[in-house]
Design a protein around this ligand. Structure first.
Ligand code: AQP
Length: 369
């Protein structure tokens, strides 16, 4: 797709009802013009560390689907290499990879339009990671906030947590990706990828485009934990009540919403700074219903937060039920899931091999004239 078609796609996406809640930054559209010499490719990834929750859905997967349906050239990677930066139980990891694939398909990621693949099936991710690691510095990696956050609670810090952002840069650069939709927490990792592009291109000549981050609206980029609204909703939070998973039953959802931490004010009002707990519930309600937070507060003026939680629970249960049913159906088709992953890996390897051969030649591993 050429640059002007891609820009059209972005505007088209912005018009779609659901994307109205994730306005793309104005500057993004002008950034698209600056990548003229490289064909546009949108790369995204998700770790199979558990079931997709509403934060992953609204902050990432729904936006990927919109870009895909708008005609962008999209790739979606199930980042299993990343997932083992923290210990995973092997059988559970296998199950998570299948479930993640089924959930992405159920959410509308279409393997005919998006290259959907498992990261570890493309060996060039790890190979390029090594080359890029040799062009990174310890000081630069130690500075990244996710490393500091994740390592703060650990006695022994695995090297994987440290190198993770370099692998992420390799994921993106391997496909010469031009755009990467990310949550706010990932923006600094994208900056590392951009810096690596600069270093590599300066040293060896133009090899990679500089990838641009597509960051959604602030609230969507960071849905909060139901148990601690200061933290983001996370797959690997030890307390499953902190998140609503797309596979949760209506009873689970009701229980989690009832237990959601709010504050001592009983009115339903929206202020993410002074009232993060109830505002998080209103944001979820707003994203699922299409109503604005103001409309929701007006409609709920007769309710206290306890009763409002039951209303939100019902809206969530009703909206995610169709996805949940689809996931269960797709999960029963093992052969289909294998075929999707195999065909995705074949397509990904074809692109990856080309980039890797170019990199090998440029750094001096091969003798190609
Ligand atoms: N709470 C969130 N709100 C909005 N977006 C979110 N994302 C994650 N949490 C929220 C976005 O989901 C995409 C995939 O994330 P990931 O699997 O690569 O890892 P993550 O960002 O670390 O997500 P989790 O759920 O917190 O996983 P774990 O617990 O394994 O670390 C990303 O685009 C992310 O921004």
């Amino acid at each position: 797709m050429n640059s002007s078609n891609f820009t059209k796609t972005i505007f088209e996406c912005m018009r779609l009802k659901s994307l109205c809640f994730w306005p793309l930054r104005k500057s993004f559209c002008s950034e698209v013009h600056r990548t003229d010499s490289w064909p546009q490719r949108v790369f995204s990834g998700i770790q199979p560390t558990g079931a997709i929750h509403l934060g992953n859905y609204f902050g990432a997967v729904a936006r990927w689907r919109e870009l895909q349906d708008g005609g962008a050239n999209t790739m979606c990677c199930i980042a299993d290499l990343h997932s083992i930066t923290l210990p995973q139980e092997p059988l559970q990891l296998k199950k998570n990879i299948y479930q993640m694939t089924a959930t992405l398909l159920a959410c509308g990621i279409d393997p005919e339009k998006t290259i959907l693949f498992q990261q570890s099936q493309v060996p060039q991710h790890a190979e390029l990671c090594w080359v890029l690691a040799c062009h990174s510095t310890m000081a630069r990696l130690a500075h990244l906030p996710q490393f500091r956050e994740k390592s703060a609670s650990l006695k022994e810090v695995p090297v994987g947590i440290y190198v993770y952002p370099v692998l992420q840069a390799a994921d993106i650069l391997l496909y010469r990706s031009t755009h990467v939709p990310v949550g706010e927490d990932q923006v600094q990792h994208l900056q590392l990828a951009q810096q690596l592009v600069k270093t590599f291109n300066n040293r060896y000549g133009p090899t990679f485009p500089s990838p641009k981050a597509i960051v959604g609206d602030h609230t969507v980029s960071r849905l909060r934990s139901l148990r601690d609204p200061q933290k983001k909703m996370s797959k690997s939070d030890a307390d499953p009540r902190s998140r609503i998973e797309l596979m949760d039953s209506p009873a689970d959802i009701r229980e989690k919403c009832k237990k959601a931490v709010t504050d001592f004010t009983s009115a339903v009002t929206f202020n993410p700074v002074s009232r993060p707990g109830v505002s998080n519930l209103i944001t979820i309600h707003s994203l699922l219903s299409g109503l604005s937070p103001e409309d929701i507060c007006r409609d709920s003026s007769g309710l206290d937060t306890g009763r409002y939680k039951l209303v939100v629970a019902e809206v969530i249960a009703k909206n995610i039920a169709p996805i949940r049913e689809k996931v269960i159906h797709i999960m029963s088709k093992h052969q289909y899931l294998d075929d999707v992953l195999e065909s995705g890996a074949e397509k990904a390897v074809r692109i990856a091999r080309e980039t890797w051969n170019d990199v090998k030649n440029k750094v001096g591993f091969t003798y190609l004239l």
